[in-house]
Design a protein around this ligand. Structure first.
Ligand code: CP3
Length: 354
């Protein structure tokens, strides 16, 4: 049900709001001292899979900055973990998984118990939904105005990590499989498409008020492969989720899609799109239908440095997008070295826009 004091839901439903709602990708993270404290007490997976901890971390940035959205503290790699792929987060390296490189590796994955394994994540969502919708439970004026966002990675981006076995500069192992064993890569994408749609539906049933599909690496693909591995699977997910929950907004974030953005919008039917900092927002504003909402696209590096430039960038962006649904966000996640005061500055600048 649409609650009118949730600015973010209003924008996700196609209206522009001034000043725009604001939240940041990776708003719960290492730049926050209270996050670093919890980080010493439990490893990454434990933090994701212990509802008390996931709830607490999700709320940390809301208490400080009264953001318009609380994004569930979790990770896009929880789904491969739930499918049975071992997952570790190694300090200084990031995620490490045993790579899926053969039919045998693929057949070890098991979709049957995947949703059961995500139960602690769903429990965190249930608790968070209660908290953000009860007066005074967060202890800020923001209570009841905060929208709870659930998320997954897109099949392509999650497949990148599953096949490569972790992060990579160019995901060359993934490209090798796409060109040399498209049948296996197609099976991985199909499995992820079904389980991602299912997982998003479960998150909505647990209380996610909007959901987001993170596609960090789809932009690397050629036009043909982008259609095959990004647009078509995303469209299937959108169709499945929308057929069950037509009123729940879905945000797509096809990072670095560049000139493929229009085909992503046309092909997926998504109404709100995350825009990365490399995109020319004034060009997009002229060429993309005014009904499509934009979320973005302040450079996370700008947040690190010059506050006068930051304020000017926020002002220019918000004025440019004043007549379209717009959610102020970064073009990618908050960097761990970001000074906390700069995040206050960003939020105050947005909230004080005239
Ligand atoms: O946005 C949020 O605050 C919600 C939580 C969230 C995390 N990861 C927490 C996290 C979300 C939405 C993600 C998405 C995610 N995870 C993506 C897509 C967005 C993007 O950044 O491109 C990707 C590619 C991942 C995979 C992942 N998780 C990597 C490559 C890493 C290591 C890099 C790093 O920053 O350390 C992670 C770890 C991770 N996920 C952290 C957080 C807060 C750092 C955890 C820590 O070291 O304590």
């Amino acid at each position: 049900m649409l609650s009118t004091n949730k600015k973010l839901l209003t924008v996700l439903n196609g209206q522009s709001v001034w000043p725009p709602p604001v939240w940041l990708m990776r708003q719960a993270g290492r730049y926050l001292p209270e996050f670093r404290l919890l980080r010493q007490q439990a490893d990454f997976l434990t933090r994701c899979l212990t509802p008390d901890i996931a709830v607490e971390i999700t709320l940390q940035p809301i208490r400080r900055f009264a953001f318009d959205a609380a994004i569930l503290f979790s990770d896009i790699l929880i789904l491969p973990w739930a499918l049975g792929q071992d997952l570790k987060f190694v300090e200084g390296k990031g995620p490490v998984l045993p790579p899926i490189q053969s039919e045998q590796d693929f057949h070890k994955l098991n979709a049957q118990h995947a949703i059961e394994k995500t139960e602690p994540v769903l429990e965190a969502i249930r608790r968070l939904n209660k908290i953000v919708n009860s007066p005074d439970t967060i202890g800020t004026a923001a209570a009841q105005s905060v929208t709870l966002i659930g998320f997954t990675g897109s099949p392509f981006t999650v497949a990148c990590y599953m096949v490569e076995g972790g992060s990579s500069k160019d995901f060359s192992t993934v490209f090798k499989m796409m060109y040399e064993n498209p049948s296996l890569f197609g099976k991985i994408i199909d499995l992820l498409t079904q389980t991602t749609a299912d997982y998003l539906c479960r998150q909505i049933e647990a209380g996610a008020e909007a959901v987001k599909l993170f596609d960090s690496w789809g932009g690397l693909l050629s036009v043909t492969l982008f259609d095959q591995y990004v647009v078509q699977p995303t469209r299937q997910i959108v169709n499945i989720v929308k057929s069950k929950y037509p009123h729940i907004p879905i945000i797509g974030f096809p990072r670095l899609a560049g000139t493929k953005l229009q085909s992503y919008i046309d092909g997926t039917g998504l109404q709100t799109i995350g825009i990365d900092q490399t995109a020319d927002i004034s060009v997009l504003n002229k060429t993309i239908d005014q009904k499509i909402g934009f979320q973005g696209n302040i450079d996370p590096l700008c947040l690190l440095h010059n506050q006068n430039i930051l304020k000017q960038e926020i002002h220019n962006l918000c004025v440019e997008l004043k007549n379209r649904p717009h959610i102020l966000n970064l073009g990618h996640g908050v960097l761990p070295t970001t000074p906390v005061e700069h995040v206050y500055e960003l939020v105050n600048t947005v909230r004080n826009l005239k």
